[in-house]
Design a protein around this ligand. Structure first.
Ligand code: AHR
Length: 491
């Protein structure tokens, strides 16, 4: 039995909608085929961008989209991606399969994607192999509202008005693929590059420094100490890998022990955020600098038969649990975590969408984004949870994780995950600080741990109305099916 107390009048802070952000890299079939098909394609598109993808992203209210990488960002030279497409230079995408990148999807195409979906752009600049000048010019090209060399270049390439750009990353994984730097060296480079990331006209840039690789606390310490004053955000990357980096495990062929270890590793992001936050609190007690978890999600072995450099993997109800668990943790840390971006949007890693030709599949992870969107920009409220245990062999983790928020209309949303694939979870919740008359809900569950949607069966795993939540007086009781994610609305 899981006991909870909802203190609906105890506010914990605003859950930024940007926690529900996404990431699209020039990697495998994420951009090409997944998002961009070109204007001449027979696949229905708007200015070259797939209409089915636009609709799906609008549906989940995508708040922000990070681009062009990832590791690709530190090899990307933005001027190669503007002007007439057939004349754009080509390059080798050395990180991801060694394929030739034709640069048909560049700044204008990315900004169009953002406009069509309603996402705010988050652009990651090149520190690893790019110059300060190049970065400075990119910002001028995108945002300068007067007459300047870069504004003129933008006019010539078809855009008169500057765009609004808020989020800008100064490099990516500069401890690894972005240049193998030491934190001291990168902190100095950040200070230098960030100096030339200018605010033109009314545009204000939120500068994001490259953060740590998982548990590397020293990186956070050095960055906060040496460059904290010059940044608005510091990133953090964390991937849930069931086994090891060389043998990660399959996305669809796994047993109960792999289910357990995957969810246990997903839960570990809670402690990771807490440890990095402690260092950030020391240097930034006001909580001004946001923690930007701009890459997170599951990472398995690539689907057999696909290019290993393309990181294509299927997505099951297990991934839905990882997403639900992770969002509940982000809500808990909403005062420090200002943004998060799942890796990645289409056809790569924990993708929310999969495509094959003109077909599109919404994965179980997509449905969690759809169900949880009610939390975007809502006020997190206290939900004390004494969970029963989900035991596997000698080990155990909480059976249930949960979080709650109040939206502007006064509705309370509670999201719940039952991690146990074999047992129902009974939840008993005291409702305090509110008078609730009615509860409605939606749940996502499946009959098998590896249940997933395919191009032949695209709706095998999808949310269903949920009637196993009842309010009597000031008590809410819920019967959560095994391996389920549920969102309740109390009003
Ligand atoms: O998301 C795939 C890759 O993972 C990104 O390019 C990189 O930043 C990280 O290592």
């Amino acid at each position: 039995m899981t006991k909870m107390i909802l203190n609906a009048d105890v506010k914990l802070g605003k859950i930024s909608k940007h926690i529900y952000g996404h990431f699209a890299e020039h990697l495998g079939r994420c951009i090409y085929g997944g998002i961009w098909v070109g204007e001449d394609s027979e696949i229905p598109n708007t200015g070259g961008i797939r209409n089915d993808v636009i609709d799906a992203l609008r549906q989940i209210k995508i708040p922000v989209l990070r681009w062009p990488g990832g590791c690709f960002a530190d090899e990307y030279h933005w001027q190669d991606g503007i002007g007439p497409r057939e004349q754009r230079p080509r390059m080798i995408n050395t990180h991801w399969g060694g394929v030739v990148e034709n640069n048909h999807f560049g700044t204008h195409e990315f900004m169009l994607l953002c406009e069509l979906t309603g996402a705010e752009p988050y652009i990651c600049g090149n520190v690893g192999s790019g110059t300060v000048y190049e970065m400075q010019q990119w910002i001028e090209y995108i945002t300068f509202d007067g007459d300047s060399p870069m504004a003129r270049l933008r006019w010539e390439t078809g855009r008169d008005e500057p765009w609004k750009l808020t989020y800008f990353g100064v490099g990516n994984e500069n401890w690894g693929c972005g240049g193998h730097m030491r934190p001291e060296y990168y902190a100095d480079l950040f200070r230098r590059y960030a100096t030339y990331v200018r605010n033109f006209g009314g545009n204000r840039i939120y500068k994001i420094a490259c953060g740590s690789n998982g548990g590397d606390l020293r990186w956070t310490e050095v960055l906060m100490r040496e460059a904290g004053r010059m940044m608005n955000g510091l990133s953090l990357h964390y991937y849930t890998v069931p086994h090891t980096w060389s043998k990660k495990g399959s996305a669809t062929v796994f047993d109960h022990s792999e289910w357990f270890v995957t969810l246990k590793k997903a839960l570990a992001i809670d402690d990771l955020i807490a440890r990095h936050s402690k260092i950030m609190d020391h240097y930034d007690p006001q909580g001004r600098v946001g923690m930007i978890v701009d890459e997170w999600g599951t990472w398995y072995d690539p689907e057999p038969g696909t290019n290993p450099g393309f990181l294509y993997q299927q997505n099951t109800i297990r991934d839905a649990l990882v997403a639900g668990i992770t969002f509940n943790i982000f809500h808990k840390h909403c005062n420090r975590v200002h943004m998060a971006n799942i890796a990645q949007t289409v056809n790569v890693l924990q993708a929310i969408l999969l495509t094959e030709g003109d077909k599109l599949v919404k994965t179980p992870t997509y449905h969690v984004f759809d169900m949880y969107k009610v939390h975007q920009d809502a006020e997190a409220v206290e939900l004390v949870c004494e969970s029963g245990r989900y035991q596997y062999g000698e080990e155990s983790v909480p059976q249930v994780t949960a979080s709650a928020s109040r939206n502007q209309a006064g509705q309370i949303h509670i999201s719940l995950c039952n991690l146990d694939p074999e047992h129902e979870a009974e939840v008993n919740c005291d409702l305090r600080g509110m008078e609730a008359g009615r509860v409605t809900g939606t749940a996502l569950t499946a009959n098998a741990m590896n249940a997933h949607n395919t191009f032949d069966q695209p709706e095998l795993v999808k949310p269903q109305p949920f009637d196993q939540a009842v309010i009597r007086g000031q008590t809410l009781t819920v019967k959560l099916p095994p391996m389920s994610v549920a969102v309740l609305c109390l009003e």
